[in-house]
Design a binder for this molecule. Sequence first.
Ligand code: NAP
Length: 260
Amino acid sequence: MDLGIKGRKALVCAASKGLGRASAFALAAEGCEVTITARGAEALERTAEEIRAATGATVKTVAGDITTEEGRAAALAACPAPDILVNNAGGPPPGDFRDWERADWIKALDANMLTPIFLIRAVVDGMIERRFGRIVNITSASVKAPIPALGMSNGARAGLTGFVGGLARQIAKHNVTINGLLPGPFLTDRLRGNAAFAAQKSGRAAEDHLADQARANPAGRLGDPDEFGRACAFLCSAQAGFIVGQNLVMDGGAFNSSMG
Ligand code: NAP
């Protein structure tokens, strides 16, 4: 299926690894010109080279922290009028809410709520003028099923989701959509890191923790980032213009509900 986005400009944030990388890859494979960001320049350049080699797409890189004003300004300078925006950043750390001070919360809100909102604000009017825009916020299955240890993530991402739910309905008539894509367990560096952390505590191998997670999932496995990237590309497709303000959980069925 041709997604109808050949030649579109896509800004994919936090995309040297994991789900952002997979999303950039899938968009490039559809013929988009992609701009990718991450803090670490080395992995970013490596990913850009891999995408170019595999797809022949034009790939720009912007090294910087997307959760800062300077990081966002640099990303927007490289891609000032994106047709597609994929919002992504690292998630806040786990912990006990009694230990979190105002500064911790502000950091989480900056990363997982305000950064996507400010990027949307910067690009949405151009999308409206051009009568095409696709915005995907990579959030988390925890938006629907909160993870107790990830209180700051639950809170900040829910805040973004609530705001976007209203905005998406104000701009849909201009063929500009905003949707959330909510990952469950995907086998990325982040998940491997969590497993390594659990292994230190338990004395069991990290691989055993990953295997437990896979077994516990209704699909009997962990998600492949490539699957995520392709779903993201579909939400960015010409054909997805009637999918508005939705929150698509991709978790192998772990979120247990008859009605999604
Ligand atoms: P990952 O494999 O660790 O990759 C994270 C990517 O984001 C890297 O390219 C990283 O590069 C970049 N990044 C992180 N913070 C950044 C910042 N402040 N500015 C710019 N780039 C930044 O993580 P992932 O698994 O793809 O997760 C992506 C998002 O999905 C996270 O918010 C995570 O919490 C959420 N999520 C993931 C899962 C899962 O199973 N994987 C499940 C639920 C939710 P640098 O470090 O070089 O900046």
